[in-house]
Design a protein around this ligand. Structure first.
Ligand code: GLN
Length: 551
């Protein structure tokens, strides 16, 4: 029978509940348990695909094509597992199916109500993974904070689960602020948030207290007394240099042992060593590599930025660490290149350039100019999805003599539509069916022997995750190839181009997929690994370049 660990949050949002959930999962996994995780998002959207990434953060794509909250990315990275899309539950899905069942007469004769009908639907969904697989632990993170109207029914559902005999532990993540004027850590917000939780009928088993520093015993004692738990069950979650070090912080406080004791489970194997070594190694690194990420960043602050590109950043980190390098990210706004092309020389001062995925028209020309500059100046280039489409556009315009060739996403009536709709997208867009209708999830690609991409992956066939509506137009493949562009991988039917490269460039590779979604801390994505290797080679050949300030 699966054990559920329900993670709730209090006091403020943005405490890193996703990292906490992933870290609790990680320590259980390191002790030999079979773990998975779920995320509950109380918003009405059926999935994260229709949310704005600059507000909500990145849209994570699962193997089976789910467009999900970025927390699932944390779970997959920490736990090194693939999580199916049904592990993300939203209010939209829950209400949608309750209303659907009501219309189909499934509740005939009954008054359909939030409790029990909506809560039953929620419980069924939370219990589904346990029916599919034999998990020891299912972590369930409930989005939002206690006291929000929108997550009340989810909290009620998990309260009922415990009453109905499911093995459930509650972990409540709170914040302990230090007021400048007093210099003292205050536990009152935590007390109030637990009070709210207990009013709903949930007594937390553990309180994970986020704070700048580790909690002292006075604070722990106070939280324990006022929140009705033992002092040892107050877990300190202080600021730390790497998110991947959080599991070790919990392990040090014996959180795994305490969880197992409460559930009367035996401690199995213990294999914390590889993770410890991984953290120790990254803490020892001295040499850095600077990667420029070129996007359109004008109207959002940098903190949101890193959230919108979190998987790309993590993939850069993983690959850098594997190559014993400290990753440094330089945000470059492509709009600036449009205003002043002299600014393109700033690209000389990074060691490699990524043009990541993106939608919409703004900043596009600046990105195309970026491609030209990296191509002509031998700067390592990695293009991801839109980054591949623009590499094709650039090559068509400047090398293949197809003036004004473009993507139909940008110029609808372009004479040379080198990037065009995937055929099935035409009707979808005409009918304005925007939710979950892109080419989504994992697709296979056949790699061409003798290419750089084949060498990096080390195999003939790979699968990567996708999220896009446009593709390289098959009608132009020959012209592009005749012009020297190498398509190093394509769909098994040979129609869709999945990878491209330039043989005479130190590193110019782009893919229609998003390999960043499969990058793991100890197992970086092969294309990122190759890209970082090329970037550090460039830096070592020209050591002064990246020291210069970027204008
Ligand atoms: N906007 C492009 C498309 O829909 C690229 C999408 C992406 O970069 N994920 O095809």
């Amino acid at each position: 029978m699966a054990n559920y660990i329900i993670v709730t949050g209090g006091v403020v949002s943005g405490l890193g509940k996703g990292i906490t959930t992933a870290s609790v999962g990680k320590i259980l996994q390191m002790h030999g348990y079979n773990v998975t995780a779920m995320k509950i998002d109380p918003y009405i959207n059926c999935d994260a695909g229709t949310l704005r990434p600059t507000e909500h953060g990145e849209v994570w794509v699962t193997e089976d094509g789910g467009e999900i909250d970025q927390d699932l990315g944390h779970y997959e990275r920490f736990l090194d597992i693939n999580i199916p899309k049904y592990h993300n539950i939203t209010s939209g899905q829950v209400y949608g199916s309750v209303i659907d069942k009501e219309r189909k007469g499934k509740y005939l004769g009954k008054t359909v109500q939030p409790i029990p009908h909506v809560t039953n639907e929620i419980k069924n969904r939370i219990r589904r993974p346990a029916k599919d697989k034999n998990y020891d632990f299912i972590l369930v993170e409930i989005g939002g904070t206690v006291g929000d109207y929108e997550n009340v029914l989810f909290l009620e559902a998990v309260r009922q689960m415990k009453l109905e005999g499911d093995k459930v532990l509650f972990v409540h993540v709170t914040y302990v602020p230090v007021l400048d004027a007093l210099g003292e850590a205050k536990t009152k917000p935590t007390q109030h948030s637990v009070k709210l939780l207990r009013e709903i009928g949930i007594q937390p088993d553990f309180i994970v207290a986020r704070a700048d520093d580790l909690l002292d015993s006075v604070r722990k004692e106070k939280i324990a007394l006022f929140c009705n738990i033992k002092e040892e069950d107050v877990i300190s979650d202080s600021n730390i240099d790497h998110v991947y070090a959080v599991p070790l912080l919990f392990e040090k406080q014996q959180l795994c042992k305490k969880i197992l004791r409460k559930l009367r489970l035996r401690k199995d194997v213990e294999d914390v060593k590889p993770w410890k070594e991984f953290i120790t190694n990254i803490r020892k690194l001295e040499e850095s590599v600077t990667i420029g990420i070129v996007g359109k960043y004008f109207d959002i602050g940098t903190s949101q930025l890193s959230d919108s590109y979190i998987s790309v950043i993590e993939a850069v980190k993983h690959a850098s660490w594997k190559n014993d390098l400290i990753p440094k990210i330089q945000w470059i706004d492509s709009k600036e290149f449009e205003e002043d092309s002299d600014k393109l020389v700033t690209l000389d001062h990074v060691d490699g350039v990524i043009v990541p995925g993106g939608f919409g028209l703004s900043g596009i020309q600046g990105k195309i100019d970026t491609v030209t500059y990296t191509r002509e100046h031998d700067i390592p280039y990695l293009g991801l999805c839109l980054g591949m489409q623009l590499a094709v556009v650039e090559y068509a315009q400047n090398v293949c003599d197809l003036p004004n060739a473009h993507s139909k996403e940008v110029i609808k009536d372009t004479k040379y539509p080198v990037i065009d709709f995937i055929p099935e997208q035409v009707n979808i867009l005409q009918e304005s069916r925007y939710g979950a209708t892109m080419r989504l999830g994992s697709y296979p690609a056949i790699l061409k022997k003798g290419t750089r991409v084949h060498e990096l992956y080390g195999k003939d066939e790979v699968e990567e995750r996708h999220r896009h509506r446009y593709e390289v137009n098959p009608d132009f493949v020959k012209t592009l190839e005749d012009g020297g562009l190498v398509f190093s991988g394509h769909s098994p039917d040979g129609i869709l181009m999945e990878f491209l490269e330039l043989p005479d460039h130190p590193f110019f590779i782009a893919t229609q997929a998003h390999p960043e979604f499969k990058s793991r801390p100890i197992k970086p994505a092969p294309l990122f690994d190759g890209f970082i290797k090329a970037a550090i080679k460039k830096k070592r050949n020209n050591p002064n370049a990246s020291l210069k300030q970027i204008a």
